[in-house]
Design a protein around this ligand. Structure first.
Ligand code: PHE
Length: 454
């Protein structure tokens, strides 16, 4: 493929929104609160923000540079920039990581569709927190219902990906991102006004550093990679559609700020609400889904129609946020198969769709009838989450940092960071220092510390 016949994002804002659309998703609203809850609250958030700044932003700029310079899918990108070297395996590992993430991500995305239905039929009304917990675990353990939703979600992703980059991805991101943000602000306002919300805010804002251990560090690092969509070539693939005048450092920084704000905002909704109704903050992946219906119910109990409207809107926006992320995951593997194996985009997309649907079915079943089948004590669903977010993404990030910091010609790096000298990149030296030393050493330290590697 030559640069000329590949698609482009239409505008600079489009590039930021598409990347932010990939970054903002279930990672912020579903995964961030439960990881924060499991790892003790405020101190985790501070470590998380440290990981975003020290590893996340520089690695995102590095991925952007690799993608835009090579204008190819993530595996080919390394072949172009580092011909006949093993670096191409970094790209291939990224494609595999994305494939595995999509396999379980689509299951949770499917849950959002179930909740749109439940919200629309007003079935939250009159339930207690315990009843929400019971009915959610019944739903996820059901052998077919969550699977049907996952398939529906996968097909929606498929058809948008097939429609192509600009029309599908850019448009959906432009409308829903600002709407989601406003609705989150409204809900945060409602949550902090609930009785006993103060305890939740304290959990979120008052750090207890004695709680920071290896698992907190690994959790925060994994969450940063997952939430920013870095370490697997997703933003590298998107950057291959960026224009030559897209400001890469600024785009990366904007995406990190948007992404982190959405995550913290989600925390400001979930924890006050959870403490208010007595839900344990460390209950894991079901936290968002059992806590939020309480907010709608408690805050708008006297105005049921408003509760229905707001909750339906919220779950639709959540589903759309998930959709812009599943699209980006799907696109990585589709672009790879399409460009490397000479398949049509349509065929490539079908292979990804069918493969991920099969993974999704197994992941979903592992929460119900397949609960007994565990590997290292984890269900398939948890295993996929652990291996991808906490191992494969940071490992990918480690290699991307080394590739850009040490291997790639500094002239190329400078040209990409500064758009061939037309931009002033004040922090250029700092970024290179972070890529060369801080990110690789930091990631290796956290791995060794928690997983006992080496
Ligand atoms: N960042 C997305 C989210 O927060 C998930 C994702 C991970 C998307 C990796 C693409 C690549 O939901």
């Amino acid at each position: 493929m030559t640069p000329n016949n590949r698609a482009n994002f239409g505008s600079k804002l489009g590039a930021i929104l598409a990347a932010a659309g990939s970054a903002v998703g279930l990672g912020n609203i579903w995964r961030f609160p439960y990881e924060t809850g499991e790892h003790g609250g405020a101190a985790f958030i501070l470590v998380y923000i440290g990981c975003v700044l020290l590893f996340g932003v520089p690695i995102m700029i590095a991925e952007f540079s690799i993608g835009r310079r090579s204008r190819a899918n993530t595996a080919r990108a390394y072949q172009i920039l580092a011909p006949s070297t093993p670096w191409r395996w970094v790209g291939r590992m990224g494609v595999l990581t994305g494939f595995l993430i999509l396999g379980y991500y689509v299951v949770v995305s499917g849950w959002t569709l179930e909740f749109i239905m439940e919200a629309a039929t007003n079935s939250f009304a009159g339930k207690s927190a315990d009843e929400f917990i019971a009915s959610f675990s019944q739903f996820t353990a059901n052998p077919w219902r969550p699977i049907v939703w996952a398939v529906v979600f996968m097909l929606a992703t498929h058809f948008i990906v097939v429609k192509g980059v600009e029309k599908g991805i850019e448009k959906s991101a432009k409308i829903m991102m600002p709407m989601l943000f406003i609705l989150l602000l409204v809900l945060a306002g409602c949550a902090v006004a609930l009785p006993n919300a103060g305890a939740g805010l304290e959990f979120l804002l008052k750090p207890d550093f004695s709680k920071v251990n290896g698992s907190v560090l690994l959790g925060a690092m994994g969450q940063a990679f997952f939430s920013l969509s870095i370490g697997m070539g997703c933003l590298c693939t998107y950057a291959s559609y960026f224009k030559d005048d897209t400001n890469l450092p600024k785009t990366a920084f904007s995406v990190a700020v948007i992404d982190t704000s959405v995550a913290v905002l989600a925390g400001i909704i979930i924890f006050p609400a959870a403490f208010s109704v007595g839900i344990q903050p460390d209950m894991g992946p079901s936290l968002l889904f059992v806590t939020l219906p309480n907010v709608f119910q408690q805050a708008f109990g006297s105005l049921p129609w408003l509760a229905v409207i707001l909750s339906v809107m919220f779950y639709i926006l959540l589903a759309l946020a998930a959709l812009t992320s599943t699209i980006s995951l799907h696109e990585v593997a589709t672009a790879y198969l399409h460009e490397e194996f000479n398949l049509t985009r349509n065929k490539a997309a079908w292979i990804v769709t069918i493969g991920c649907t099969i993974l999704g079915v197994f992941c979903s079943l592992s929460l119900g009838i397949g609960k007994e089948y565990t590997i290292a004590g984890l269900t398939l669903f948890d295993l996929f989450d652990f291996v991808t977010a906490k191992i494969m993404l940071p490992l990918g990030g480690f290699f991307i940092a080394i590739f850009t910091g040490w291997y790639l010609d500094k002239r190329i790096v400078w040209e990409e960071f500064s758009n061939r000298g037309t931009l002033k990149v004040g922090l250029y030296r700092l970024l290179i220092f972070l890529l060369k030393f801080i990110a690789p050493i930091g990631i290796a330290f956290i791995f060794i510390n928690e997983l006992g590697w080496l």
